[in-house]
Design a protein around this ligand. Sequence first.
Ligand SMILES: NC(=O)c1ccc[n+]([C@@H]2O[C@H](COP(=O)([O-])OP(=O)(O)OC[C@H]3O[C@@H](n4cnc5c(N)ncnc54)[C@H](O)[C@@H]3O)[C@@H](O)[C@H]2O)c1
Length: 435
Amino acid sequence: MTARRIGVVGAGYVGLTTAACLAHLGHVVHCVDTAAPRVARLRRGSVDIEEPRLAQLVSAGLRAGRLLFDTRLDTVAGCGIVVLCLPTPSGRGGAPDLRSVVSVAEAVAHVVTGPVVLVVKSTVPPGTAAALQRSAGDGPVDVVSNPEFLREGRSVDDFLRPDRIVVGGRRAEAVAAVVEMYHDISAPVIRTDWASAELAKYACNGFLAVKASYTNELADLCEAVGADVRDVTAVMAADPRIGRHFLAPGPGWGGSCLPKDTRGLLDTADRAGAVFDTVRAAVEANAHHRARLVRVVTEALTGDPEGELHGHRIGILGLTFKAGTDDTRDSPAVAVVQDLCARGATVTAYDPACGSRRAAAVDHDGAFQVVDEPLLAAKSASVIVVLTEWPEFRTIDWAAALREVVRPLVVDARNVLDPAVVTAGGFSYRGIGRP
Ligand SMILES: NC(=O)c1ccc[n+]([C@@H]2O[C@H](COP(=O)([O-])OP(=O)(O)OC[C@H]3O[C@@H](n4cnc5c(N)ncnc54)[C@H](O)[C@@H]3O)[C@@H](O)[C@H]2O)c1
């Protein structure tokens, strides 16, 4: 293989992982981000994203001189490949906002000094790569779609040991250059066209959303008929046609990708005049499921699912959208907290990965605070609600928590706790989808 000089634009979850891993594979990587404080920290080897092994790979890349950080896009001028890992948040009507992808793609075309393969790793709707190529014309820029499938919490491992690498392009040489960039990574490579590669990413996330909504509605049905969702999903998981992932019920799905990508997929279908009612139903079911959890908590406290929560303090365990990450973007836990605050509750939350620095993202007129110990979240609480499946919640000292609360009640919206342990500590326990 030939080590290449590669540009990576965007140093967030995907970009920093991509840059650090490509440097680890032997390439020289110029990583560009407009966030100057983040770039300054990265140059010192300080990584503010919680991902296993990421900080070590960044330090190793810096030491080896193969990983360079800058705020100036012209530092990618001599790169034969430039990978775009830019945000594509939901814009108006659900369509993703592609402005940073489009503007950086145009800027790259101006700064490069020779032929360049422009790799779109951001999640974008079908038609984006083709449009970027049209605007680049027949000049030195070859656009290739290379959607990213890494999961937060295991981004480095997923990048270095992916289930598949998808490369969509028009010119075989450009596609081959991108495949070659992943030398030493053993994974099936699916070569395809631009639109198929782009749609494949949406298709995966849309499917996962459907599966998660199915599981959450199944949990509600289990409660209604006296079944145990853990046993029901164990039976499902044993069937290889179904698979074991996304079968754990929770407070609703969220995170930085599934909500925006389902919106993007539905917008794509609408524009194409196609029907995609399964995904639409999954999105609606998710909203209902989340609202139901708020009603369950409200009823437990007031006897009325639609009651007001003024005067009630609620202890929350977990704010991130899943365990193993510090990401609270579009977290269902945050949405539940906001709904509880809107009903008048005051909320004290503990999360192992996000302390008070994240509180601003959730703040609700001072009715919400983040604490650094689980027992502080229990203080004066009328109910403790578990919203993220952090394994460390299993080791909470419930007898000690009992001394803090005003009412010994736990609602475990992730089924992460052992009911026998919680009840032995003197609490009433309510799981989800369990008799
Ligand atoms: N986070 C995930 O788990 C994940 C997984 C697969 C795909 N994706 C997709 O990858 C893309 C990036 O997601 P992310 O989670 O890494 O986002 P992020 O918000 O963590 O990172 C984006 C970075 O880009 C930088 N940036 C913004 N505009 C810029 C510009 N004009 N020039 C240079 N830098 C700029 C920001 O400062 C930020 O550091 C999105 O399209 C997302 O849907 C994300």
